[in-house]
Design a protein around this ligand. Sequence first.
Ligand code: TYD
Length: 137
Amino acid sequence: MPYSVDDCKLLKLPKEAESNLTCLNDRSILPFGVKRIYYLYGIIEKQDRGAHAHKELFQLILAASGSFKIELDDGKSKKELFLNKPSQGLLIVPGIWRNLTDFSFGSVALVLASEYYTEDDYIRNYDEFLKYRQDNV
Ligand code: TYD
């Protein structure tokens, strides 16, 4: 069964109260194994990121610094979230179109991903995404 935007959850990540430190080493926190970590930074004013979907990839996205918005779209429903805490991460499941917008100055988006990078996993055209969702009900 294909995933919906409701499967994209905001996860409360563990935080060491004394030292402002978050450690993600427990499968009960992260519902996938991490093969790749990358981060977006140096984002200029009004620059948006994303505008694509993935076919198989699970990701956890968090604001390691600053804040940004994420719009999620499963072809039928949409939802928008605001990330501004390193101790909070957004789980994005496969088959979800996402746009990252409204980055604050100097913000850093940290992404933990379930698979290595491959362009074959991307859908970068919105009409193709809608067709992919219709074909994969
Ligand atoms: P992309 O995922 O489109 O970035 P964003 O959605 O944040 O704008 O990737 C931007 C470019 O970087 C694209 O040419 C693919 C490349 N890239 C890699 O080579 N490896 C990676 O792990 C990622 C995420 C992107």
